[in-house]
Design a protein around this ligand. Structure first.
Ligand SMILES: [Zn+2]
Length: 207
């Protein structure tokens, strides 16, 4: 993973990435703990570099930082979809399977198989599907441009068109699709952009 990151950074040629490259070199030459070096770069350094260099691309900046500054109604307060532990946050991370750094569009909540997955807000089920990545998943439309997605389920308990209330059980935790543990991958999409669920009202204090 470290070499992959380094290689990707070395190949890049934009001013931002040149800065990043310098930073990676700095860590590598002054600190031989490679693991610590990359973690440090990707936890704080990357965001700061992007803040400075890529502010000209506001959409990308928002996406990278999870800061969309979306104006949601005050009464929109999310419920945590699964009682469990957040094992992986929103944003760049080493892929749990390949180790490559990729953008994680949601959060992972670890829980034992069969744990209820509940609707984070009231809404209408708009998609129930299965694919290689998400496994069995569903999407709920909550209006105001807000959609939530719940993936890797063992079972889906609702159908397209069903109205659901906040807290209603819609699925059971599993590890279908691209998953190495039983967990729920939970996404919040606002106006078509994935945002950090843990920045949403009602969830922001559950980290
Ligand atoms: Zn995930």
């Amino acid at each position: 993973m470290v070499l992959g990151v380094l290689f990707a950074v070395m190949r890049a040629s934009t001013p931002l990435l040149a800065g990043l490259q310098g930073q990676v070199r700095y860590y590598l030459t002054t600190d031989l703990d490679l693991r610590g070096a990359t973690q440090q770069v990707f936890s704080s350094g990357l965001r700061e570099q992007i803040a400075r260099g890529w502010r000209v691309f506001p959409e990308l900046w928002d996406r990278l930082t999870g800061r969309d500054d979306q104006e949601l109604d005050d009464d929109v307060s999310f419920a945590m979809p699964v009682e469990g532990t957040v094992t992986s946050g929103f944003g760049y991370r080493p892929d749990p399977i390949t180790g490559e750094v990729t953008f994680h569009t949601g959060i992972d909540i670890g829980a034992t198989e069969g744990t209820p997955v509940v609707a984070a807000l009231a809404g209408t089920v708009t998609n129930v599907a299965e694919d290689d990545a998400y496994g069995k998943y569903l999407e709920i439309d909550h209006g105001q441009g807000i959609v939530t997605l719940y993936a890797h389920a063992r079972d889906i308990l609702v159908s397209v068109g069903d109205p659901v209330s906040q807290g209603q059980t819609v699925a059971l935790v599993g590890m279908t699709g691209r998953a190495t543990t039983t967990h729920c991958h939970f996404e919040v999409v606002v106006s078509g952009q994935p945002v950090d669920p843990l920045q949403m009202k009602g969830l922001s204090d559950s980290q």
